[in-house]
Design a protein around this ligand. Sequence first.
Ligand code: GDP
Ligand code: MG
Length: 175
Amino acid sequence: EKEITSKLKQIKIVFAGDVGVGKTCLVDSFMGKQFEDVKVLTSGSEVQFVTKSIDDEEIQFALWDTAGQERFDSLTKIYFRDANGVILVYDITREDSLERVKFLYQTIQDESQNGCAIILFGNKVDLENKRKVEISKGEELAQSWNCSFFETSAKTRKNVKEGFKKILEEAFEKK
Ligand code: GDP
Ligand code: MG
């Protein structure tokens, strides 16, 4: 069991997606923090070393939260290089945020050295009345990438734990 833990410690998960899609809130939600309606912009990137129990199993990993602005693209590229898993996030109320994850996906293909696990999150599913991106759009995209897909809400915590669990499993397999 010691061995598994030390391996997981080296797992690097990167959050990527446009500004405002809810990356930082998803991290906070996963960490059990309270949801905030007003969030400070993430500048550059922030890393957290996380120890979490999922299904009674204690896991440790590094979680990289990126800014999302295009002016940080060259920085984001570097994070993709040795990532074991990337969580690509769009906002179901913003069509342009889906275009952004397509672009980021391509960047991962170009930069990732050992191939990393990818998961797609369509966030803010609690805002059903403002939905602009149908669930089928997300499903199709994930299928074309051969990756898992969840519609999530950092606010209600819908699918947050499930999504994390999935990417951690897949990142661990790739390690
Ligand atoms: P980031 O730039 O991707 O890190 O986005 P933030 O986490 O800073 O969130 C941007 C804004 O979206 C904030 O006002 C959040 O309160 C809001 N937000 C984030 N996630 C959700 C969600 O699941 N549902 C709703 N309704 N709002 C969210
Ligand atoms: Mg942020």
